[in-house]
Design a protein around this ligand. Sequence first.
Ligand code: PLP
Length: 516
Amino acid sequence: MSKSNTTGMDHEDFRRCGKDMVDFIADYLTNISERRVTPEVEPGYLRPMLPRNAPEKGESWEDIMKDVERAIMPGITHWQHPRFHAYFPAGNSYPSILAEMLSSGLGIVGFSWAASPACTELEPITLDWLGRMMSLPACFLPFNPAHDNEPEISIANTDCDSQHSGGGALLGSASESILVAMLAARTNKMKSKRLEKPSIEDGQILSKLVCYTSKLAHSCVEKAGLIAMVKVRQLAVDEHYSLRGKTLDECIQADKQKGLIPFFVCGTLGTTSCCSLDNFEELGQICRRENLWFHVDGAYAGAALICNEFQYLIKGFEYVDSFNTNPNKWLLINFDCSCFWVRDKCAVINAMSVDPLYLQHKHAEKATDLRHWGIALSRRFRSLKLWFTIRSYGVEGLQHYIREHCRLAKVFASLINEDDRFEIIGDVVFGLVCFRLKGKNKLTQKLLLCLNDSGQIHVIPSMVNEIFFIRFAICAKDACEYDMHIAFQIIQTHADGILFEYQKTTSSTSILKSLS
Ligand SMILES: *Cc1c(COP(=O)(O)O)cnc(C)c1O
């Protein structure tokens, strides 16, 4: 059927094309390994392939899908490909895709309880499920077992003196979670400084505020500081790439000497560079003593907390004021889905809330309006993805997924270790292995280029303390041992070529030196 009209699709078209689309996606994901991992296009490839102007008349579904194959697919980086080992996983699973479809189909905008009660109410319930799966401290879980008999709706906007005043919400990204935490901490600190000295101007306080994080923290901490207009100290890490209390304390004391005002510390559970862990207990004790807001960013590795054997990571969380993790990285949920928990939700609401008449509603006293938790007013029905995925897999299914990724990382690391031309950087704890060719950085740089140019595999680099290395992340949902062996073979083959070239151009003595 070809159609040229002004009404887009009707209900019957949608039934037909929707089923087509489901088939298209299932075919794509079934046959994905036949493709190159990365596309071969150059920047600007798409413009000459598409018309200059939007079509005057509506086009048919068939024509649009033809162009998906012709113009879009050649420019796709296949994040779900079994040879995709770059960044961190882009979570995805069929239940999550279907929940996303339902969310689109409902077409709601859930900024307040009244704007869609189910959207507002499912979100804290799923956050609570996940928080309990991770055994987060009770202060983050307003519906904790001790209060199971209380009506859950009592967690209201105005309920700021409630004894269980923590909670969680879904935001669009870890960057947003960290910014919101920082803004809440900033508002808190400015308020207490004004109480100490009522004549002081906000601008005077602002110019003195300092936050602290490790130099391996994600760049979004620096960006949050830029937006919040506060100083950010990126502190040195120890030999395990961990930010330690002593380093933090020394910097805080030096800043206080200068008349500056420390207010916020961001620790990382699983750095992007090499998945290292800061020492939350040491950092937390200092935050408690100095009255600083303590945030922990567990964008990727936080998901591991759902497995008992990773519960040791939660040590020091009794000091944590807010925590974020992205199920859209490592919990099979497609982008976007970033969980943000806070000990005192009023601190967030105080920092973020405005209340114009057109958004007020008669249930405001009784229900949480999630618009007060983030920057945007409008909110997607994201919790459907969590709800569908957690229910489809069950806690056990999700634990199995995490454990498989961690196991496969160890399998890959042992292959690397068996070849003495390579070395591992950092500890292999989660689904990430950092490795390099022994010797000069340029060998590993060359290897990285060759691997990515080949289109057989996709990896990205990182650099810590001047050491250049390749990050190998287990990403594919159904990754298996075979994938580890294939990836290692590809890496070995390219390493053979590079070392052979290198030997040709260097005298044997200098190789020995550079390899030692
Ligand atoms: C990926 C990542 C981020 C950024 O996540 P967004 O959701 O894209 O903002 C922040 N912190 C860590 C540790 C990450 O791995």
